[in-house]
Write a protein of this length. Structure first.
Length: 186
């Protein structure tokens, strides 16, 4: 995923009235205000209630569902192999973005984490803050990648344990919303 396509996606979403935040590698590079490596995907955090509209906008750009599904993360891929990973969140009364993981646990992005701004190709974009990235990094950085997980992280008892520890750390830092806040599907 190159920076030009990232900005075209953000433009299309913004024209449709949607607010999203960069996460993952592009989120880190936006905070650094420079691209440090090639990116095979674009990670976006979006409110759960905009997911149907987000999927329509990206379908108009040639992206189709490749895996997963709301309310959990899902992947959209176009004919050129460019991938957008969407992480839907339900905002709780404190403004935390509660994300449902594939194992059913929840992760609360702290409300303050959504105030991040960075640069992609000289343009200001929304992204998760450095503080929020630091909360996420311990859980994600040590999870083994496999080539069969479509760029996702492999699941093992050790990685689930690390994720659970990081999830507890996040919950104690910003509160953990009830999983009942999530609908079962769209």
């Amino acid at each position: 995923m190159d920076g030009e396509e990232l900005l075209r996606i953000l433009d299309a979403l913004e024209r449709s009235g949607m607010v999203t935040w960069l996460d993952g590698g592009w989120g880190v590079n936006a905070l650094l205000e420079r691209q440090t490596r090639a990116h095979d995907d674009l990670d976006l955090v979006a409110a759960f209630d905009v997911v149907p509209a987000l999927q329509r906008v990206l379908a108009d750009r040639g992206y189709s569902l490749a895996g997963g599904g709301a309310p959990m993360s899902f992947e959209l891929v176009d004919a050129q192999g460019r991938q957008v990973d969407v992480h839907p969140v339900v905002f709780d009364e404190a403004g935390n973005g509660v994300y449902r993981m594939r194992d059913g646990d929840t992760w609360a992005y702290p409300a303050a984490g959504f105030s991040g701004r960075g640069l992609v190709l000289g343009r200001v974009v929304r992204c998760l803050t450095r503080t929020c990235r630091r909360l996420l990094t311990p859980a994600m950085s040590s999870r083994p990648r496999t080539s069969t997980t479509c760029g996702r992280y492999a699941s093992s008892s050790a990685s689930r344990s690390r994720m659970s520890t990081a999830s507890r750390r996040s919950a104690s830092a910003c509160g953990k919303a009830s999983p009942r806040a999530f609908p079962r599907s769209l």
